[in-house]
Design a protein around this ligand. Structure first.
Ligand code: DGL
Length: 266
């Protein structure tokens, strides 16, 4: 069990931000990553479609012996975490990216928090609901920012186009006075610096990558599943080939990336 890989999935490159943080905190673990590029973006899809995709991807990751399934996507965490847990909890540990962030925020006593994410994540109300369950007095302002994922997947990151889009979204006056901003999409840490800059670095910009990796380490430890074999092998799968995926993957994981197309939808 211990040397089995950690299965991670997202609609595209976003989950690589989480995979990268896991590698830093748990370098002895093997990863198997699935980017469902054929169905990107998830944020515009219905909860039912996302549950269907998530189920099949989880089966694929389990067929490849994953000891943990980490849903490295907020849209899928909001739509499919409960159903995946129900169906697969007896086969592997199932983790999402929303609960660890909510638990972290409950220790910080913020009065006003902003959350940005895809249309699916924001319309689900998951962050607001879960934060207010733990901290009823915290005001949560949710804002859908649907152009950010296609922008990032198309490689517009450090240029005039991305700066204009980010500034337009974040100058929304409902966000005035926030003390923290949750990046409620795993793609967004790629533009975290530009986002922090809009708020003159005065707002705590919270992304799930590191927080989730530390929870993963605790969970593996508690279940006696830390890989101490010294054998590490990372695999990356996508459901449709995009050159940009490979480029970003190389940015996060220097050197050779073992990228394969998996035809799980045929
Ligand atoms: N990175 C994902 C998320 O955290 C999915 C974004 C998308 O495909 O729309 O929501």
């Amino acid at each position: 069990m211990k040397d089995q890989p950690i299965g991670i999935f997202d609609s595209g490159v976003g989950g690589l931000t989480v995979a990268h943080a896991i590698k830093q905190i748990l370098p002895g673990e093997s990863l198997i990553y699935f980017g469902d590029t054929a169905h990107l973006p998830y944020g515009d899809k219905s909860a039912e479609s996302i549950r269907y995709y998530s189920k099949r991807i989880t089966e694929f990751l389990l067929e490849h012996n994953s000891k943990v399934i980490l849903i490295a996507c907020n849209s899928a965490s909001a739509s499919a975490f409960d159903s995946l847990k129900k169906e697969f909890e007896n086969k592997a540990l199932i983790l999402d990216v929303i609960d660890p962030v909510v638990n972290y925020l409950s220790t910080r006593n913020f009065k006003k928090i902003g959350v940005i994410g895809t249309k699916r994540t924001i319309s689900s109300g998951t962050y607001e609901k879960k934060i207010n369950e733990k901290s009823p007095l915290t005001q949560v302002i949710s804002l859908a920012t649907p152009l950010l994922v296609p922008m990032i997947e198309e490689g517009f990151i450090f240029d005039d186009i991305s700066n204009a889009i980010i500034r337009t979204y974040l100058s929304n006056e409902t966000l005035d006075g926030i003390q923290a901003l949750i990046l409620g999409c795993t793609h967004y840490p790629i533009i975290k610096n530009q986002i922090s800059k809009i708020f003159n670095f005065n707002v705590e910009v919270v992304d799930s990558a590191r927080i989730v990796s530390m929870i993963l380490r605790d969970v593996l430890d508690k279940n006696n599943l830390i890989n101490d074999s010294g054998n590490v092998r990372d695999q990356f799968f996508i459901s449709d080939y995009t050159t940009y995926f490979e480029k970003i993957a190389r940015m996060f994981f220097e050197g050779e990336i073992n990228l394969k197309k998996a035809d799980i939808w045929n």
